[in-house]
Design a protein around this ligand. Sequence first.
Ligand SMILES: NC(=O)c1ccc[n+]([C@@H]2O[C@H](COP(=O)([O-])OP(=O)(O)OC[C@H]3O[C@@H](n4cnc5c(N)ncnc54)[C@H](O)[C@@H]3O)[C@@H](O)[C@H]2O)c1
Length: 429
Amino acid sequence: MLKVAVLGLGSRGRNYGSHLAKTDGVKIVSVCDKYQAKIDNVKAKWGVPENACFTDEKDFFAQGKVADVMVIATQDRDHYGHAMKALDLGYNLLLEKPVSPDIAECLAIEKKAREKGLKVLVCHVLRYSNYYKRIHDILASGVLGDIMLIKHDEHIAYWHFAHSYVRGNWRREEETSPMLLAKCCHDLDLLYWFTGSKCKNVSCLGGLYHFKKENAPEGSADTCFDCKYNKTCIYDCLYQYVGRNKGPAIGRHKFKWGTYAFCTTGKKKDIIEALKNDPRGKLWSRCVYKCDNNVADMQTLQMEMENGTQIVMTVNAFNENDHRHTEIRGTKGELYADDLGSVIKLRLFDKRTKKIVVNIIPVIRGHYGGDEGIIKATVGLLKGLDETKQQYTRIKDTVESHRVVTAAELSRKQGGRRVDMSEIPDIEE
Ligand SMILES: NC(=O)c1ccc[n+]([C@@H]2O[C@H](COP(=O)([O-])OP(=O)(O)OC[C@H]3O[C@@H](n4cnc5c(N)ncnc54)[C@H](O)[C@@H]3O)[C@@H](O)[C@H]2O)c1
């Protein structure tokens, strides 16, 4: 029986725990979250004994090592402290991304895990989806020849961006992470995986362009409830979280699952009450143009990889849907892929285009199946399955994506200077 402890029962911790609780041969033996309501939501379903549920991390860690693996799904700036404590106790880790906004902390976690012989898997869940695995496998097969150029765009839906990066948890860089780390460490990890090459140098432009006071509609209020535009504004909190009763988008919920950030029941009346009166919930009824956000809403990166591949990557907040679009050009053919619909088009030069529909798992079902995939992989790894047959996102690989973000942010803050990766600390072998 594989025993698991879960620290942080927010949207991610609850998601992983739910998959683990359904997995044969796995038992969740202890959980911890600051909020009792979040514990109450899962403890019976997961069968966790009352005396193994904690609201204070000190009591949770004071138990010592009670499981084989700890899932760490707290907020970005807490991962380091929690991971180091858990490694000291001898836990293997399933650690949420980003590992840490501080590259020195990422390296320290990697070093401690290596020295103690413990496994740390980082939740770069996209690597575990069939769709991204297929792209990787096509590239690894060599059919495209040498990979010369990749254009990769991360399109964040406007409603998702507003929820997370304007009103929500990832809005202020000094309290959380730069947007490029919070959102695109996945993409930089995929690009590293696709090319099989580390980055040689990177330059980056971008910043916060739209979600700021000067773009607020004239006469708009500070909160949606007081605003004269609340029946038409696409960012109106009731429209976003419970749907509208009138107008062209009747009853449409843009982001119901996002409400777990401020309401544990998911009931309409509780969501509205939280948005109106709960000190935390009220964050999400603020006008998107009058928040205290400072993370970028648009960025462009140019990367040169050590193997010569050139990459242009963009990320922006101005899209109807969340999706990633990737174009890859090799010396023997080209590949177009969009994860909206999970379609890959492969065109080998002088041959017909081959259309590959990988699966139809939507992003809402957990990163195209990646959330479930990482749980299967973690359980497999810890139960000693053949490592060569599995895809694992181990910390030693994850560090590379975090180094590239560090370099790109340095570049962006210095007006787009090309930063050589030798400027960024790396793993000391
Ligand atoms: N892998 C992915 O694709 C993905 C997607 C979204 C978010 N994330 C990352 O996952 C992490 C969690 O995100 P989330 O959306 O679940 O956030 P969340 O705020 O919903 O969940 C964090 C939970 O941790 C609890 N917590 C925080 N500090 C604690 C402490 N000291 N002791 C006990 N409990 C504590 C909070 O009460 C909360 O319930 C973040 O680092 C985020 O960047 C990863």
